[in-house]
Structures are given as structure tokens and as C-alpha cells.
Design a protein around this ligand. Structure first.
Ligand SMILES: Cc1ncc(COP(=O)(O)O)c(C=O)c1O
Length: 473
């Protein structure tokens, strides 16, 4: 853990070994930004879709999340196309891609997802409400959750969602009872804990039973769940689901998960005689937050996954299922950056002479909790001009009453960054607005979309009236 309750852990003032001092501090790291982002050739202002970030900031204020619509759509389409192509070649059928709404969801984004031919994964009544408000057809929605309420399940059933991903033995009885009440047969998948946990370049293939999600494969709970579903006429078992982690850059973890999942799939088909037809391999595909992250091209990922599934189907002698995946971060993460305005700056120097600049901006852990929560390493750039000053080891911090309120732990920024400058932090599309809070009564920033030289607000900035609306005392 990076922070303790008294504040940030007191670390080294040196740059971490992975952070290279740039030869030109104005350079944008390739792969880190939405595709249309570049620095203007004259004054060096950051541009997205040909619009100056300075103009966007003037129009909508800061902090603001800026999403490049074309970039989002292209990433969504790339997943669908690449996986369809690879799986059609290996397994003779397309893949259902469910965009994981937990990464970021609003009605307009749901419409983009729908229009690009993707389905939608929601994991709460609130996300389901957004999906329905946006007009996503029920059959293209999957409902997740480890502790779904009756109301959430009823709403999903009434809107005929395509799948409910059941997380426990108790939920099987709950969904069956509610399906009988509505008078429908509920289509269910079983969330299976396959004993694999993957993060970044590492995966652990044993002992990850110790978590709240899913039906354990090792203990037999998943097989027992399938048997029980088979007994209940109000349920139809579609198939098995597994999600092994996040920020995964290699397919090895998926290989072990797919092997175990398809072995179980084979047992359910052969021993229980249940005609399953689907396997979902979850999300978790890694993105670039800094120079250490090297995501696989989506085509390579798709081919790797298709090879794995084809091999395991062959090994377990089961009919080829329809495969689905649930990417969230890899679609929305890189399509968005956050713009902040700089306020106070401060230099700290230790005895050894090492120093760091603290750059305070007008947002913080309320709009990006990932640094404090996951020790995430973001990057940043000066957005409103080009600078000829020396690169200076800097830390971008927020305005909250908390010393762990850090947005970017380590970055080389120009030494002349000062009050009124704009800082842009890339790759903030996933799990930033969706995890945003009102800590210190901060007003959550707007999400604005850039397309065809226009800025459009998808979610407006919160107002004090929004805050006061909840304060009924
Ligand atoms: C079940 C499930 N599917 C998909 C995802 C999306 O993961 P990511 O955004 O890393 O692709 C998550 C994330 O936690 C998840 O829990």
C-alpha cells in the first residue's frame, strides 16, 4: 500500500527506475493518448480531434474528462472485428463482445456500444437503468453481481435480459423463484472461480478461491450449481463464465482458465447431459498508463485466445461453444484523458539534494482514486503550451484534505509549470468517473465528448444544488 491514514508513505525522491528522463519534455508517448491527440505545431497546445484543449477547458471548465468518440468507437469495433475474425477461423463462429459498463457508463456511451455491434455487461441496478434508458435491447444485456437484490433480478427478467450471470448457489434459488413470479425462463450463466488470478504480467494458477466472487470449481460448487440449474424448469443454463483479473498483458492466464473452464464444461455436458452452448472468458485486457505497459495488439490477443479455446475444445472433446468476452478498460480507458488547471506548486528537497515538485491541480482523488486505491502509475503532460524548460521530477496532486491525494506519482514535467497551466492525464476513461466520489463535497467533473470538431457534454458537472438535493436535513 502506498498510503497510510496519516498520509502518503514517505518514499524516495528519486524517479522510479522505469521512468526515463525525456529528451523533449513536450513529447507525447505513443499509444498513451486517444488516436487524434497531438501537440499543435505552433504554440504546442494539446489538440484532440483538431480542437485545442485550451478551448475545451474554457468552454466546459476544469477538471473535465475528455473522451474522443471516434477513438472509443474504433477500439470497440476493433475488439468485435478481431475476435470475430479469429474465432470464425478457429471455431467457425463470431464472438459476443460485452462492453463492461463498470469501466464507464452513460446513456450516450451505451448507444455507441450498441451501434458498434457490442453487447453490454452491467453489474448493478443503476447500470441496468442507464442501459435501459439508452435503449439497449434487453437481450443484449448481461447482468452480473455477487449479491443481486430481488428488485435488480426482477427488473432484469421483466426486460428479458439475455443472461444473468449467477454467482452463488443461493442465487440460483433466488432467480428461479423470481422467474416463476414473472412467468419466464431465466437464461443463466454460472460465474466460475477457476483458481486463476492474473494481473499485469503475472498470474497465479492456484489458491485464488479466497475471494467473494463465483462458484468454486475446485470444491465442486460450480458442478453442483449446474446440476441444480438443470433441475429447475424456471432456469435455462446457457454456459459458464470466468473473469480472472485486470491489466492482463499476456494470454497465459487465460489459457489455464480456459482449460479448467472447458474441462468443467465437458463434465456438465457429458455427465449431466445439459446442452450448454456458451463460454465467457471475461475482461481484463491491459492498457498503457505509462511506458512500462505494452498491450498486445487486439488481433494478436484475439488469435491467442482463439487458439487456446480451439485447443481446449479439442482436448476435452466438447462441441464448440459460442464464446463471449467482456472488455471494459481496453475500450474506454485510452479513449479519455482528464484536463486539470494548475494552482499551487511546491518544491521539496531532501538532505541528499534530491528534489521533487508538487503540482496541485483543481481535482484529485475524487475524480481519480486509482492511484490511491491501486497504486496506479499514471502519466501527465503540460497541455496548454510547449515548454523549453528542463524536465523536472514532479508529482501531480489534488486539492483534497488528504496527503494520499495523488493523481500522478512520478512524472517529468517542465520546470516552469505554474499557476494557470493546464495538465492533461491520459488513460483516465476506465474506473475514474465511475469510481468518482464527492469527497470533501467535490463536484464530480463533466464527461465531454469530442467529435467532428465539436465538444458535447455527455455528463454535466455536478453543482452545489446536486449536493444539496441529497441533504434533506
Ligand atoms: C466480471 C467482469 N467482467 C469484466 C470486467 C472488465 O474488466 P476490464 O475493464 O479490466 O476489461 C470486470 C472488471 O472488474 C469484471 O469483474
Amino acid at each position: 500500500m502506498r498510503a497510510h491514514e496519516a498520509g502518503a508513505l514517505h518514499g524516495q525522491l528519486n524517479a522510479p527506475s522505469w521512468l526515463q528522463r525525456p529528451t523533449d519534455v513536450n513529447d507525447l508517448l505513443p499509444g498513451l493518448w486517444p488516436q487524434s491527440v497531438r501537440r499543435g505545431s505552433q504554440c504546442g497546445i494539446l489538440k484532440v480531434g483538431n480542437l485545442k484543449v485550451t478551448d475545451i477547458a474554457e468552454q466546459v471548465g476544469t477538471p473535465a474528462y475528455v473522451i474522443d468518440e471516434a477513438d472509443f468507437r474504433a477500439r470497440a469495433r476493433a475488439f468485435k472485428t478481431a475476435f470475430d475474425e479469429a474465432f470464425s477461423k478457429e471455431l467457425g463462429g463470431p464472438v459476443d463482445v460485452y462492453y463492461a459498463g463498470k469501466a464507464f457508463i452513460c446513456t450516450e456511451v451505451v448507444r455507441w456500444v450498441r451501434d458498434e455491434g457490442l453487447n453490454l455487461d452491467v453489474c448493478s441496478g443503476g447500470e441496468l437503468a442507464v442501459a435501459l434508458r439508452a435503449g439497449m435491447p434487453g437481450e443484449r444485456i448481461g447482468l452480473h453481481g455477487n449479491n443481486k437484490s430481488d428488485a435488480e433480478i426482477l427488473r432484469a427478467l421483466e426486460h428479458r435480459v439475455g443472461r444473468i450471470v449467477v454467482d452463488s448457489l443461493a442465487e440460483i434459488e433466488q432467480v428461479a423463484r423470481l422467474a416463476e413470479r414473472v412467468g419466464v425462463v431465466a437464461p443463466v450463466m454460472l460465474r466460475t472461480t477457476v483458481g486463476v488470478e492474473a494481473h499485469t504480467h503475472e498470474f497465479i494458477a492456484t489458491a485464488h478461491e479466497d475471494q467473494k466472487f463465483g462458484l468454486s470449481l475446485a470444491s465442486g460448487a460450480a458442478f453442483e450449481a449446474a446440476r441444480r440449474v438443470g433441475e429447475l424448469p424456471a432456469l435455462k443454463l446457457l454456459g459458464l463464465h470466468s473473469h480472472i483479473g485486470s491489466q492482463i498483458f499476456e494470454v497465459a492466464g487465460f489459457e489455464v482458465a480456459a482449460r479448467r473452464l472447458l474441462a468443467l464444461y465437458g463434465r456438465i455436458v457429458n455427465e449431466l447431459g445439459l446442452p450448454l452452448g456458451e463460454v465467457d472468458l471475461g475482461g481484463g485486457y491491459g492498457i498503457m498508463y505509462n511506458s512500462t505497459h505494452v498491450p498486445l495488439p487486439v488481433e494478436t490477443l484475439a488469435k491467442g485466445m482463439a487458439d487456446i479455446v480451439a485447443r481446449e475444445i479439442e482436448a476435452h472433446q466438447v462441441p464448440a461453444p459460442v464464446v463471449s468476452i467482456e472488455p471494459g478498460r481496453a475500450i474506454v480507458g485510452p479513449s479519455t484523458f482528464t484536463v486539470y488547471t494548475v494552482g499551487i506548486t511546491k518544491d521539496v528537497t531532501l538532505d541528499g539534494g534530491q528534489s521533487r515538485r508538487y503540482i496541485s491541480v483543481d481535482g484529485g482523488m475524487s475524480d481519480n482514486i486509482r492511484t490511491a486505491l491501486y497504486d496506479a502509475d499514471y502519466s501527465a503532460t503540460l497541455a496548454n503550451r510547449r515548454s523549453s524548460a528542463e524536465p523536472r521530477l514532479s508529482r501531480v496532486v489534488g486539492k483534497h484534505c488528504e496527503s494520499g491525494d495523488i493523481i500522478v506519482k512520478d512524472e517529468f514535467l517542465p520546470a516552469d509549470v505554474g499557476e494557470g497551466d493546464l495538465i492533461a492525464v491520459p488513460a483516465t476513461g476506465a474506473y475514474c468517473r465511475s469510481l468518482a466520489s464527492n469527497y470533501n463535497h467535490a463536484l464530480r467533473p463533466p464527461v465531454v465528448a469530442v467529435k467532428d470538431n465539436e465538444v458535447r457534454t455527455l455528463m454535466r458537472r455536478e453543482t452545489e444544488d446536486d449536493l444539496m438535493a441529497l441533504d434533506v436535513g
